[in-house]
Design a protein around this ligand. Structure first.
Ligand code: NDP
Length: 341
């Protein structure tokens, strides 16, 4: 089985960032965390520029001491390194129109997700570096773990090595945001994207479906709303199981359960024939994710995702999910709990 190279602090030199003008396009979940980590790692404040529209994000950046530029074209023109930290679905529109035409020929473009690079939705010049530094953590944890002196998992890759220094820059930036402390895993935009989209379009939909059907069957057998909601997720037991899995092993964590539970889970899972699931998973992976069918569809409805109400296809999906018995029962339980307060 293939194993990945892992880069640590000792593999990276922050000095290669000396004198470089770094621009953060976006100051949201990742932008706020990565910009602050970078500054705390010794990058001078006047070498960091936050490009953002004038709103609460810009205000937040200024309140944290950063210099803010509203004119994206001006920001693009001075950048040696650009962190692309706006939502994936708006990146092609903003980057291709406002940033790409003004960027230096030897600029380094940093993405935190492989999606737009893998599906070739961003316009890069061949002389530019395109690297991925993708924390596997929400932004608030990227910041809090850095502040505690701890690392966090992160993927790093060079997608286009226009200057031939792509890897050196990628590792320096990964170190500066605190991602090489625990080891940054060599990956690729392809690997990151297909794993991410597969989890979102195959694994988790099946888990949601299994919970929904389990709920229906147990409700039909006479279990109450309260008992079911608490048994299945409101007790936070599933969260605890996954936390234990991260610490003690995916199967090893079972040892924390009763013998009855261990026996039931192991014998039950080993008896299940996964071949139908495997066929279904492969269909999604190859004919929806890797062939770009999903990405194309998402691009075609991008404008609709900004709409209000049920004109927005995401809101329509929420409406349909809300109709399921699991969600209705949970609403009833939460309402009764609120009435008790
Ligand atoms: P956010 O949703 O937090 O981004 C918000 C920022 O994007 C704000 O600065 C906002 O400013 C700006 N923005 C939003 N829409 C536009 C627009 N149309 N034009 C210009 N700026 C815009 O993004 P995340 O931090 O969640 O994600 C950034 C990247 O990091 C993505 O590639 C994502 O996949 C990746 N990532 C995210 C993780 C997470 O924790 N969420 C984890 C790992 C990777 P304003 O609205 O003022 O324009």
């Amino acid at each position: 089985m293939p194993s990945a190279k892992i880069y640590y602090d000792a593999d990276a030199q922050l000095e290669v960032l000396n004198g470089k003008q770094i621009v953060f396009l976006g100051f949201g979940n990742q932008g706020t965390a990565q910009a602050q980590n970078l500054r705390d790692s010794g990058i001078p404040n006047d070498k960091i520029l936050v490009a953002n529209r004038e709103d609460s994000y810009a205000e937040d950046a200024r309140s944290k001491g950063f210099i803010v530029e509203h004119d994206f074209e001006k920001a693009a023109a001075i950048a040696d390194i650009v962190f692309l930290l706006i939502p994936d679905q708006v990146q092609p529109g903003v980057f291709n129109a406002k940033f790409a035409p003004k960027l230096k020929s030897n600029v380094t473009i940093v993405v935190a997700s492989g999606y737009n690079v893998f599906f070739k939705l961003l316009n890069f010049a061949p002389t530019q570096d395109v690297i991925m530094v993708a924390p596997r953590m929400i932004g608030s944890s990227v910041r809090s773990l850095y502040q505690k002196g701890k690392g966090y998992p992160c993927f790093v890759s060079v997608e286009q090595d226009g200057t031939t220094s792509g890897l050196t820059t990628a590792l320096a930036l990964a170190k500066a945001i605190g991602a090489t402390k625990a080891g940054a895993i060599a990956s690729s935009a392809r690997e990151e994207t297909i794993m991410d989209l597969f989890a979102e379009q195959a694994l988790w939909p099946n888990i949601i479906m299994l919970f929904r059907e389990a709920f229906n069957v147990l409700q039909e057998a006479g279990c109450t709303d309260e008992a079911l909601c608490y048994e299945m997720w409101m007790s936070k037991e599933p969260a605890e199981i996954f936390e234990r899995a991260a610490e003690d092993g995916f199967i090893g964590q079972l040892k924390h359960h009763s013998t009855v539970s261990q026996f039931g889970q192991l014998s039950g899972s080993l008896a299940l024939d996964g071949s139908a699931a495997r066929t279904h998973f492969k269909e999604i992976l190859y004919n929806q994710v890797i062939n770009g069918k999903f990405a194309k569809h998402l691009t075609s409805i991008e404008a609709d995702l900004e709409k209000e109400g049920l004109q927005n296809p995401l809101n329509e999906l929420y409406r349909r999910a809300e109709e399921t018995e699991l969600v209705q029962a949970e609403k009833r339980v939460r309402q009764r709990l609120a009435n008790l307060l």
